[in-house]
Design a protein around this ligand. Structure first.
Ligand code: B16
Ligand code: MG
Length: 215
């Protein structure tokens, strides 16, 4: 039986991807490194450090320079997310959170972001979830299963009792490695390895989904 749902944040409950992109673009421009929306695509769901490494390519920087750039990007990002409000929840998010609560299903956030807590608070859903696993919770980022296992542990559930909603390939990989059920949101080229693939949370009914997953 599925007893818990773990939501990725960026790309699932809200679309902070645009702000991550704008912040990386500003950093890349300042460093004179070619970067654009298309180059940003593979960064989806990837940790801050891994994202920077992909942007830098084989250019050589010291650890101190790398840390300074991560901090600079993060400052731009934090500035951009100050305007987030409940209207930035993606369609279907609140309805599903409500339905889960009514059905006694526990919920958690499983986000790679160190800013997840701030975003969750600004979205106004901090009281609607039972646990938050974020960029501070574990050492190994997605696609390692650690973050989702941490979230399940917070909910006091076994992995097999949890379903993960993810929009990123690395996130589906992480959830499958954790031996959890998976719902991929977005194109199947990206999340096709999930048990179920849906375009978004819009119109998702827990009762229907549960039936499909236990087939
Ligand atoms: P931060 P998610 C991820 O969030 C983002 O998708 C990814 O673009 C970002 O680099 C990563 O969090 C780390 O975020 O720099 O704020 O710690 O999709 O796992 O909710
Ligand atoms: Mg995501």
């Amino acid at each position: 039986d599925i007893r818990g749902v773990i939501f990725d944040l960026d790309g699932v409950l809200t679309d902070t991807a645009e702000y991550h992109y704008l912040a990386w673009q500003q950093l890349a421009d300042e460093e004179g490194i070619p970067f654009n929306r298309q180059a940003n695509e593979p960064l989806r769901g990837i940790s801050r450090r891994a994202s920077l490494m992909m942007i830098l390519g084989n250019r050589q920087y010291s650890e101190a320079e790398i840390e300074e750039m991560m901090e600079r990007k993060n400052n731009y990002y934090i500035e951009l997310i100050q305007t987030i409000s409940p209207k930035d929840l993606l369609p279907g998010a609140i309805a599903l959170l409500d339905e889960l609560r009514q059905n006694g299903i526990k919920t958690a956030i499983g986000s790679a972001s160190k800013n997840a807590r701030m975003v969750v608070e600004r979205l106004g859903i901090a009281d609607q979830v039972d646990a938050i696993a974020d960029g501070y919770s574990v050492q190994q980022p997605k696609p390692a299963p650690d973050l989702f296992l941490y979230a399940a542990n917070q909910l006091k559930l076994a992995p097999q009792q949890c379903v993960v909603f993810e929009d990123a390939a690395a996130g589906i990989e992480a959830a499958l490695a954790a031996k959890m059920w998976t719902v991929g949101l977005g194109p199947s080229e990206r999340v096709g390895s999930a048990h179920i693939v849906l375009p978004s949370l819009a119109g998702v009914k827990w009762a229907e989904l549960q039936a499909k997953l236990s087939d």
